[in-house]
Design a protein around this ligand. Structure first.
Ligand code: FMN
Length: 220
């Protein structure tokens, strides 16, 4: 099938109210998750992990953790987007630099500078001074939602319908999917084909309200 144009998707995409639930072919699903894999992240640290749920029983269990929202049980695929605040310390920084080396990106001197910068800004040792000490929940969310959105838009481009979800109990989702405690559950993406009528467009704030020019509050 011909992919939809991004400009079209952005205009017509709705948060799908109900799904038919027919399975998504493996090669389509791969293309969707691949779009997430290719997303950008700060220092290319890729602090995301995604759980792809397709089995009926697992979806039903997950639905309970997602405030019993029926779309989770109905959808063909449910992707649970997670962020791992400490992944960079636990091997991802090394692996990312090794990947860069293999791809001919930068040299070893530059890689060591990057390592120092990451350790400095994300704080390699607890309590170490000098780091930016980012709000780590905000930090993982920032990255995970870009990959999540890549997947959502790719699914839409391929003719699927999607619904993003935040209405879940993080602990319960962790329990059902055996997600470790130090991993944040950021959002849930349901994918499938629309059943029944789509949700109407509810409107958006005007540009003049949400876009500023040069500094906060100045009209664009
Ligand atoms: C991150 C995120 C979380 C959301 N969580 C839920 C949810 O838990 N349940 C739900 O029914 N809709 C959820 N929505 C859908 C929004 O209500 C919907 O996107 C919004 O009303 C705008 O409608 P539209 O997407 O159809 O344009 C969520 C949307 C986003 C982006």
């Amino acid at each position: 099938v011909k992919e939809k144009l991004l400009s079209q998707i952005i205009k017509v995409r709705r948060a799908t109210p109900h799904f038919q639930g027919k399975p998504v072919p493996d090669k389509d699903l791969r293309k969707i998750v691949e779009a997430g894999r290719l997303a950008p992240s700060g220092y290319n640290l890729q602090p995301w992990r995604f759980i792809v749920v397709q089995e009926k029983e697992q979806k039903n269990k997950l639905q309970k953790a997602v405030m019993n929202q029926p779309k989770v049980g109905e959808a063909s695929v449910v992707i649970v987007a997670c962020g791992v605040p400490d992944a960079w310390k636990e091997g991802d920084l090394d692996e990312m630099l090794e990947l860069a080396r293999k791809n001919g990106y930068g040299d070893s001197k530059e890689h060591e500078i990057t390592r120092k910068k990451v350790e400095g800004s994300l704080g390699s040792k607890p309590g170490e001074a000098g780091g930016l000490k980012p709000d780590i929940g905000l930090w993982v969310n920032r990255h995970v939602m870009i990959a999540f959105t890549h997947m959502m838009l790719m699914a839409e481009a391929m003719g699927y319908d999607t619904a993003p979800m935040e209405g879940f109990y993080e602990d319960k989702v962790r329990d059902v999917l055996k997600i470790p405690e130090n991993v944040r559950v950021v959002a849930v993406l349901t994918i499938g084909k629309l059943k029944g009528k789509d949700k109407p467009y509810a409107g958006r704030f005007e540009l003049s309200k949400i876009i500023f020019s040069e500094s906060w509050g100045k009209g664009y």
